[in-house]
Structures are given as C-alpha cells and as structure tokens.
Design a protein around this ligand. Sequence first.
Ligand code: ATP
Ligand code: MG
Ligand code: FE
Length: 348
Amino acid sequence: MLVLGLETSCDETGVALYDSDRGLLSDALYSQIELHKEFGGVVPELASRDHVRKIIPLIEEVLAEADCCRDDIDAIAYTSGPGLSGALMVGACVGRSMAMAMGVPAIGVHHMEGHLLAPMLEESPPSFPFIALLVSGGHTQLIEVEGIGEYTLLGESLDDAAGEAFDKAAKMLGLDYPGGPNIAKLAVDGNGDRFKFPRPMTTKPGLDFSFSGLKTFTLNTVAAHRDAEGQVEKQIKADIADAFELAVVDTLALKCKRAIKQTGLKTLVVAGGVSANRRLRERLERVLASQGGKAFYARPEYCTDNGAMIAYAGAQRLVAGQQEPLAVTIKPRWPLEQLPAVSAKDEL
Ligand code: ATP
Ligand code: MG
Ligand code: FE
C-alpha cells in the first residue's frame, strides 16, 4: 500500500511517500523558521498561509522523487492533531479532499504517535513492548507502549515541555529559534560545573516532570552575570548553556531509569525534537546498557517534525483497515491515550 503522508501541525510542511512493502520512498520538508523569526515565535495565521503555499508543490516533489504519479497513491494520511487549528486544517483539507477525489481511503494521524513511531523507520527498529520518552516542543511524556495505539501515560510535564525550555533558555542567551540545537552547540565550549542548576522533581517520587523552574533559574543566572552595559560574556553564556543542558539530560535520564524500574521494561524509545540531542542520546544509551537494555531513536531529521513519520503511522492504521469518514475533522487537543489499538495481527 502506497501512502502519501502530510504533516502541517505547526511550522513545518512535511510530505512523504511510504510503501508498506518497499518502505520510505521519498520525503520533503519545508521549514517556516525564517518566516516567524522576526516575531520571536510561530504566528498561527502566517503558518497556515505558508502551508497552503507549500503543500501542493511538496506533494509534486515527493511523487517525482519516487518516480510515481498520483494514481499510484493507495491512501492518504494527514496529521489531524494535536497542533495549531489553522495549520492542521490545511493538511486535513488537502488530504481528505484529495483522497475523496481519488476514491482512496484517508486517515487522520496523531502527531505524537507519528513521533513515537518514527524510530520504526530505522534499520533495526525496536519491538513492543517498550517505554517511550516523548520530548518535543510541546510535550514531555513517559509512556508504556504495548503496541500501536496501546498507550499508558506514566508521567508528563506539569508545566513547560523540555523543548520549550530549551527554546526559552536559548532566547535568554540571545540565541535563535529553535533553541535546542543552538544551546547544544554553545554548550560544547562551556563548563557547566560553574553553576548548580536544579534537577526539578527528582527528589520526589513519581514520573512527572517540571521544567519551568529551570527556565527561571536560567533567567536569574543570566541576570546575575550582566556587565555594566547589560552584556553577558561569551564564555559565561557557554557555561550557562552547558549547565542547562546537563540539568535537562540528568533529569530526563533519572526519570527514564525510574520508569525502567517501575515497568520492568528494558527497551526505551526516545522520540520528538529533543531526542536529536547528542548528549541526551549518549546518556540514555549508557543508562540502558547498564540495565541490560537498549535505547532507540530516529535519525536526527526524523526526530523533529516530518512527513515520513505521518506516512508511516498512517500506513499502520490503514493496513489494519482503519479510515476516516468523509468529514474533515481536526483535533487541536487530543490525548494520545484516546487512540484505538491496532491489534498485533493486523500490523505490517
Ligand atoms: P510537538 O511535537 O510537541 O507538537 P513540535 O512539533 O514543535 O512540538 P518537534 O518538532 O518535535 O516539536 O521538536 C522541536 C523541539 O525540539 C524544539 O523545542 C527544539 O528546540 C528541540 N530540539 C531540536 N533539536 C534539538 C537538540 N539537538 N537538542 C535539544 N533540543 C532540540
Ligand atoms: Mg517545528
Ligand atoms: Fe512535533
């Protein structure tokens, strides 16, 4: 089954073609980072308009790259939530109406299920059951995964997401969006030992997170090191970036260790934009190795938003016979646990 996948939940237009027999055939991504730069955050109305502008050319691009034509498409998967309403509406309208016109099934995909399953596109994918650490711009969750659509929430952030904390801390250090990769780059030259950043909620039992305190701590540390002109020395900025990154990695690693102990599962899947972080990957690899387990992730470009993960997740559900009615439905807020299961026998 050849599935066209469309991702338009935020500020990236992602389109891909995934074949249930041949694997991923092509994918294309357009990022709106430059468009939103001057506003210091994603402007929803501008995001929607830019998705409208880019989605059809990207569909043409992936078809050409895979040497396919429109008639070869057997089904269409699009992100139907969670995300920005107007942005979701673009992918949902294009996907649902294209499928209707072509007489093929369509499926609305949960964006976080897309992230969670992205590591399945790699050469040696994880097998169920496993623990998933979802760390992205809008989510920080630990989930027990028994199969596709069989999710139990173990813990989540009570305030900011890990990626959001990276982005806000970066802004305080005068770095551009997205903050994660920029903090990681700056931290290479830093000495984090200079500061004692907190490891939030690690002394309390449980698997929930909180990252807003770390953000305040960063703000106060930056303020305390401003010179007479209000500038912060380059080396001090690098030291703060290093201390911040280390605090996030320590906190996430400690909770993962706890989740392993609690569930007895020794396979960890790390997904979402923050899972591209090299330090986090190295640390979690060590944690899992010490427990006799293994950590899995997607290649860095499939950690952040992309069409490939939506085509893949959609294909799993379409092959199992699931599909959308004709109405165009988006779910800007949509708990992952509400998803129906895809029974093991129906999986690819
Ligand atoms: P959600 O998936 O929750 O709806 P989103 O789609 O905006 O949110 P993603 O695209 O998955 O989030 O990830 C973007 C986030 O990942 C940003 O916050 C960014 O700073 C962070 N990020 C990307 N690369 C890195 C990195 N190397 N280190 C740390 N954080 C990173
Ligand atoms: Mg994004
Ligand atoms: Fe995302």
